[in-house]
Design a protein around this ligand. Structure first.
Ligand code: 5GP
Length: 202
């Protein structure tokens, strides 16, 4: 039975990465895709763990070889998701989660219309600004650019199936886990997972 595909998007600073790492800590059935990016690694980031870090030329070659199910320019850097990896995981029956932006989400929906998409919102613009400054690893210029970009990102919230307001982390985590749980209980998914039972009962 193929696995399910989840997309989680958010403006930077909405707490998406923390939320997703807590989710996968609770739910080992979900595998998070490691994107390829041309962004410079932040302190503490490791190649192959947070991202596969490549240069622009390499990224362009990967685009030409159609290796990405989606790719986009975000905050001046390129990011892309491996099609082969997603297919491999889903074909093996594992659920896959993509942490990508709205542009990537639009492209993924074209290839995987059944993907379940979730948008994470900060509780206010002020909270978003505080969280972006609190990270302490980016320049003021970068932070200001990201606040502007966050507003652009949030204008696409209506394209997503679900919205989580990340006011309190534990509640936001419950919300995300509930979406995952409910998606796994969809009729079509249950039919495939319990084929023998359905054949016997229906
Ligand atoms: P950061 O550089 O702060 O880790 O991520 C910046 C933005 O790029 C975030 O909104 C993140 O979701 C997005 N992003 C990360 N990986 C991908 C990807 O593979 N594709 C797309 N379209 N966006 C990505």
């Amino acid at each position: 039975m193929p696995g399910q595909l989840f997309i989680v998007a958010a403006p930077s600073g909405a707490g998406k990465t923390t939320l997703v790492s807590l989710l996968i800590g609770n739910d080992p059935g979900i595998h998070v895709s490691i994107s390829t990016t041309t962004r410079t690694p932040r302190p503490g980031e490791e190649n192959g763990r947070e991202y596969h870090f490549v240069d622009v030329q390499n990224f362009r070659e990967m685009v030409h070889r159609n290796e990405f199910v989606e790719w986009a320019e975000v905050h001046g850097n390129y990011y892309g998701t491996s099609l082969q990896w997603i297919k491999m995981e889903m074909d093996a029956g594992r659920d896959v989660l993509l942490e990508i932006d709205w542009q990537g989400a639009q492209q993924v929906r074209k290839s995987f219309p059944e993907a379940v998409s979730v948008f994470v919102m900060p509780p206010s613009l002020e909270a978003l600004g505080e969280r972006l400054s609190g990270r302490g690893t980016d320049s003021v210029e970068t932070i200001l650019r990201r606040i502007g970009a966050a507003r652009d990102e949030m204008r696409h919230a209506d394209e997503f199936d679900y919205v989580i307001i990340n006011d309190e982390l534990s509640r936001a985590l419950d919300d995300l886990q509930s979406i995952v749980n409910a998606s796994r209980l969809k009729y079509t998914i249950q039919c495939q997972r319990h084929a023998a039972l359905f054949a016997a009962l229906l």
